[in-house]
Design a protein around this ligand. Sequence first.
Ligand code: ATP
Length: 906
Amino acid sequence: MRKVSLLDVAPIAPADARGGPGAGVGRDWHAVPTDHALLDLQSATTGLSEREAEARLGRYGPNRIPEPQGPGPLRRFLQQFQNVLIYVLLAAAAAAALMQHVKDALVILAVILVNAVAGFIQEGRAERALAGIRHMIDPHASVLRDGLRVTIPADQVVPGDIVVLEAGDRIPADLRLIRASNLCIEEAALTGEAVAVEKGVEPVSADAVLGDRTSMAFCGTLVATGSAQALVVATGASTELGRISGLVAQVKRLPTPLVRQMDHFARQLTLVVAALAAVTFVVAYWLRDYSAVDSFMIIVGLAVAMIPEGLPAVMTIALSIGVTRMAARKAVIRQMPAVETLGSVSVICSDKTGTLTRNEMTVTSIVLSTGVAKFDGGGYAPVGDVTIDGSEPAASARVMLARSAMAASLCNDARIELEGDRWIPHGDPMEAALIALAGKIGAQSLEPLPSASRLAEIPFDSRHRYMATLNDVEGEARTIFVKGAPERLLALCTRQLGSGMDEGPLDRGYWVKAVDDLAHGGHRVLALAAKAANVDTTALSLSDLEDGLVLLAVVGIIDPPREEARAAVLECRQAGIAVKMITGDHAATAVSIARQLGLGEDPKVVSGAELAKLSDVDLVRVAQETVVFARTSPSDKLRLVQALQSLGHVVAMTGDGVNDAPALKQADVGVAMGRKGTEAAKAAAQMVLVDDNFASIVAAVREGRTVYDNLKKVVAMVLPTNGGETGALLVALVFGFTLPITPIQVLWVNMVTGVALELTLAFERTEPGAMQRPPRPRTEPLLTGQIWWQVFYVSAIFVAGTTGVFFWALGQGGSLEHARTVVVNTLVVMQVFYLFSARYIHGASITWQGLLGTPAVLIGVAAVVLGQLALTYLPWFNSAFGTQPLTLGEGAVVVGVSAVSANETD
Ligand code: ATP
């Protein structure tokens, strides 16, 4: 039982609230008032100690919901036999055995077994790889430990922890709310109810049903708005989600559109095969006088020859390999169909901060009303010189700087920490840069910064673009500090801080110019403001900021573009993919960064406010032409995706906040940020970027194109193989000559080529020109006219080649077995040669690189050669498959004919 007991919460509860061992077990936490002795103690501000948390982790185990058991190895092995074709083969084996053809029956069974083992191994490998990838995006939780807010893996959360919640967070365990502001939680994961529920700290009745327990937050649900602190009361399997997890349907791997398309095709083909088999049986038995068994075996051979039974499996494997390779490039696929869609992406809409830029922020200057202070020192170190006009700031300027430093550090949730010899930011990098800035100013200021405690806050929200706090500052009146986008604060402020601590009317023109100058230089710009509050104010609302706000300064922050993003933008340009920057930042800043990234000399920019005025029709045109969308809000993103899609674009869109979820869902490929993204954004996205890096999106697109090419190659390889075999059998039947290849031999050829050749195409690397051609149209079918033509043409060559060598071998006076051995070898060697031309759709086929290229191909070919040598020269195989050893000369003919035909298929 992992329900927390009063005893477990002991370190944060007074002695009289502890009760005896086991007290509180199974308690209805939603009914417990928050002013209960247990909850209003220092725990709410300091949380557990690391030591205590560790001890509890040992006691209660990790906060993980046991995963439902997947099918065991035996079940998975048996699943390999669930296939219509296998049933046909099993029936054939049974029929052969009944009619005393025991050897044939055994051979059929052996082939079925080899296929099943190969499928089992490949599938197991793919499954393991996918399971490993899932852990790359394990959720995190923000908790108080030893008085500090730390981010820990969600499975380390223990009963008694104080969890800090913000919009977009996934609730890591079952929680009793202690503080809540504006909190709404979306509980669909638990109750199926999509509308977010308002939550608060008020206790509810002890017998309230799950959906009415508004003082609780449940594991697995998502914070839609607001912020809160809460006490963990149950973790892992003891949570409400843990209890029902057995009932929650296991997440299924969705079949992708292409796999579905091929499945459908395979099914149709099966019907054709059935019809053809019936006709063939009639022809073979009545017109050509084959025995019933032989006629039956012929239609088995035909079925094996015609049905591309391995195709859906090979395609799924190709997709899984794509997923694995994308994960290696830091792009985690959450939904399989995204692998395919990525290959046809024609527009990437990307956030700026952290994706196109490094999100390594440094404040370089502060504009005061009396001059501009410049700061030395990079990174997050709180040390560096401050100068105004090249010299040390005067005392009056220091006072102003100190006031800015106070606003910057108090209206702030981040911290910086010295680890080794490096200062590391914790929390929002921009806020951490402000802490470093305050450190630099503090080091220069004559007076140490007074200490202050926070009473209330308005958290930052990308919709209103500022953050405010209410602080009790030592030796001062209660003060409201605000930081945010300059135009927002300029609209709110009426006064400004003058020399020393004097206040004067706001010189709007001065500040607008200061902001423009900084933004044009590529700086991120932030304004700082303050206002005295009434002594009795304890809460903060938007209306408190409406009058009397004093502008303190404007801060210029640099966040350099990522080097690799520049290269990736160039790659997109060559690949015909448009890149659009969609940012909450200032237009001038965004344009400057866009220029540095190579998004154009004079990229067209539109602001969110301008977008809002456009009709949907006009928006379509603007969306197409514009490169930078500045000061956008999440709802603009949704409209933009829709506008671009209406032009036929396949859109990849990045996002991180809870409000980005609709746009991520709407996009063809929704991309969430792994580091700065909220859990809500990740849940809505199809792909998560582990490193938040734009270059990783482009790498994923490249892999997406590779996968699609490989699928095409697989189809182009598999279908002619089937076509050639079927053709050879049908030609013989129609023209009434002896079958050039027996059904058992057809089985052999299919097994060898399926396991060793076709599968290797799923592993092919990206072709050199993959990112130098325009994106494939969304509607392009896999089986294009060109592919059909190739299938037909290559099948015809296979038929001609095999029939030709058959008669040649017979003409040499050899036996039928001998001639058939030549045919089987020719068919397989032709396929080996064809493999090399199928490997390059867009480039020359047989080149050194092509020959040496992927190890998988070489291993496959080596396996085929060994298999053919065994088939031809080992007595056991000779008797099982009706083959005979060939001479060196015949071997040369086999290779020669195959090489000539390869030339034709190229
Ligand atoms: P992108 O959308 O490209 O990631 P962004 O990070 O600039 O860009 P937002 O996070 O929406 O977008 O920020 C928009 C603006 O809000 C910023 O330019 C800044 O002026 C202001 N801002 C950002 N973070 C904070 C914060 N923590 N406190 C106060 N203001 C902020």
